[in-house]
Write a protein that binds this ligand. Structure first.
Ligand code: GCU
Length: 617
């Protein structure tokens, strides 16, 4: 009993202390919102002259910041003919939001630096004591946010949501929302300077105004507790001044109506039983209408309930062993502007539709948190999800700011998506070089992940090692494999390591009793380039590599999933062959426009077999 009390106390303390630090608003789409998407005025500011004075001091922190006519965040308009003002949003060009600047104007394609965005809007609150927030789905990479010359805050991280209260700064008309977005890559950033994807800069996801009651439901967890098929455990966090409230959680379809009380910090721990619930699964992605009621406020969300666990080498979904028929995906719509960040439900349906055609029940959303539409649409389609933060390759492991940055991105991702039944794996990293500082960095991230969500599996895309050439034997030698729930690794036998025939000679030695996911394998092909299968870059070469790869990997007894690299060709500045790559990584089983290569059908056939095998177990 003492242990249980201690656990409850620790959970309560952590959630209540931690939740004050993160004012992230969850479930934006089901709130009272106004979209600020559309045309924004922009200023390309390569030398950040709108931010730094000539002594390189940030003008938003100098005493005269509000009267500084050349601080771009003031959106100042020349009043008198003799005035010196060296910018003018109204006379500047526009860009669409959401969208990167790279893909909207070829002059900006390779630009890495600062753009200023300005949106004018009017706003009338529906009730005087209501509150108003501005929410960004993502801005890549570092952004500073201002309303009517008042600094709201900054956000670091190119793929995570951030929101700011604007209640006290809002005017009924002529509000000026100014955003400085800087996508310069930095060694100490997350990711660092070297990545194999395109550095799209800008306001790349939705911008939304949210109006709430004075005291409102900011975030919550309503999910099955780990290991249970019928007990819901979680919490509800209010934000405002009247924090001690009675709260009701209703699931009408299950005749559930549960009452809870929040404490002086606005926190209520949630605990109730589900009776006769249909559990979420790929074959039946059941979502229930859940209502959280406080006074006259009803916040709704569709929530699925399922259990995900490992047992020895098995991954158990609702107690049944599953095989994750997956594919890796970058957040890119290859058909918009020749390639731009995906952000909408339509984009999600298009991309995930291709995964469904492959007969996937799983996707790895690489290498950063994708837009929320991807996760919600995947949940509706019955597709399980691996999410990850861009702790990728040579991160600066011993820099505390780098760790805080990674932790913030991890926290934003988990708070946003921890009510999504289809999210089953949080991944800490991708192909990170083994060292003591790196493993310590990652173990600390695991600790934070389990505090934020102890119900989902934890993994990371590790690397393989060849321990002998004769017989050809490969293993995964990484101390971090002790810390994860699922042993995942990338392998490129037949592309970077030898030729496809080498797959036929490999013996895999997996010494750890955990489920194995091959988080990447594959090779490149240019769509429509046909020839002998021995000729690299032909579709036939890639087809042969896939045939030999799935045969090789299927011999691993503890294989429980794979996410070959990758669904579609994607932009990468590292891929410069003028004929075969043209700035694209060509490892897709489809082209960037979704045109299927021969390898697509190899993978589809393999997944049809795996579905048969596991559904008949
Ligand atoms: C790596 C990396 C990917 C990259 C791929 C490749 O494994 O994780 O981000 O695109 O290999 O080389 O194509």
């Amino acid at each position: 009993m003492k242990q249980l009390t201690l656990t409850i106390l620790l959970t309560y303390l952590f959630v209540s202390v931690y939740s004050q630090q993160h004012s992230q608003i969850q479930n934006v789409e089901n709130r009272k919102t106004t979209s600020l998407n559309g045309e924004w005025k922009v200023i390309l500011d390569q030398y950040e002259t709108g931010y730094y004075n000539y002594r390189y001091e940030p003008t938003d922190q100098t005493l005269n910041s509000k009267t500084n006519n050349n601080a771009f965040f003031n959106d100042y308009k020349q009043q008198r003919p003799d005035e010196l003002v060296e910018y003018d949003y109204d006379l500047s060009e526009s860009l669409n939001v959401p969208g990167s600047w790279n893909s909207q104007d070829e002059r900006y394609f390779y630009y890495e630096g600062t753009f200023w965005y300005r949106k004018k809007f009017d706003y009338n609150k529906s009730k005087d004591d209501n509150r108003v927030f501005v929410h960004f789905g993502a801005t890549n990479y570092e952004s500073h946010i201002y309303l009517n010359g008042n600094k709201l805050g900054t956000h670091v991280g190119g793929f995570t949501p951030h929101n700011y209260e604007i209640t006290d700064y809002l005017k009924e008309s002529g509000n000026s929302l100014v955003v400085k977005v800087d996508n310069k890559r930095k060694l100490e950033a997350v990711p660092t300077v070297n990545t194999d994807w395109f550095n799209y800069g800008g306001i790349t996801r939705d911008v939304t105004l949210i109006e709430t009651e004075e005291t409102f439901i900011r975030e919550y967890v309503i999910q099955l507790e780990k290991g249970s098929l019928n007990t819901v455990k979680g919490h509800i966090q209010l934000d405002g001044i009247k924090l001690k409230q009675s709260i009701q959680v209703n699931i009408p379809e299950l005749s559930i109506s549960q009452n809870f009380k929040t404490d002086i910090k606005g926190l209520a721990l949630v605990d109730f039983k589900l009776k006769n619930a249909i559990l979420w699964s790929p074959n039946n992605p059941k979502l229930y209408d859940v209502q959280i009621v406080v006074n006259d406020q009803i916040l709704k969300e569709k929530i699925g309930f399922r259990s995900i666990e490992t047992k020895g080498a098995d991954i158990l979904l609702n107690g049944k062993s599953v095989f994750l028929r997956g594919i890796s995906i970058h957040e890119e719509n290859g058909e918009r502007g020749g390639g731009d960040r995906a952000y909408s439900r339509d984009d999600a349906f298009m991309i995930l539709g291709r995964a469904k055609e492959l007969n996937c029940n799983f996707v790895r959303l690489a290498h950063y948190p994708h837009n929320e539409n991807m996760i919600r649409v995947a949940e509706e389609l019955g597709i399980m999800v691996w999410e990850e933060i861009p702790v990728y390759w040579t991160i600066h492991w011993e820099n505390k700011d780098t760790y805080e940055n990674a932790l913030n991105q991890l926290t934003n991702m988990i708070i946003r998506d921890r009510n999504r039944a289809n999210v089953i794996i949080w991944s800490m990293a991708n192909e990170t070089p083994v060292s003591e500082p790196r493993t310590k960095f990652l173990i600390n991230l695991i600790g934070e992940t389990r505090r934020l969500d102890d119900t989902r599996l934890i993994s990371a895309a590790l690397e393989k090692h060849t321990i002998s050439e004769e017989p050809l034997t490969m293993v995964v030698e990484d101390p971090f494999s002790e810390n994860v729930d699922v042993l995942s690794f990338n392998e490129y036998v037949g592309w970077y390591d030898g030729l496809p025939e080498k797959c036929d000679r490999v013996n895999w030695e997996i010494k750890i009793n955990k489920p194995v996911i091959i988080s990447e394998f594959g090779g490149g092909a240019k769509f429509g380039f046909h020839g002998n299968k021995n000729e690299r870059w032909t579709e036939e070469f890639q087809e042969d590599l896939y045939k030999r790869s799935v045969k090789m990997l299927n011999k691993i007894p503890s294989l429980r999933g794979m996410t070959p690299w990758i669904l579609s060709d994607f932009r990468s500045p590292r891929r410069v062959h003028p004929v075969l790559q043209e700035g694209f990584n060509r490892k897709g089983v489809t082209s960037e426009k979704g045109e299927k290569k021969l390898a697509f059908y190899v993978l589809q056939e393999f997944y049809n077999q795996k579905e048969e095998e596991f559904d008949n177990k």
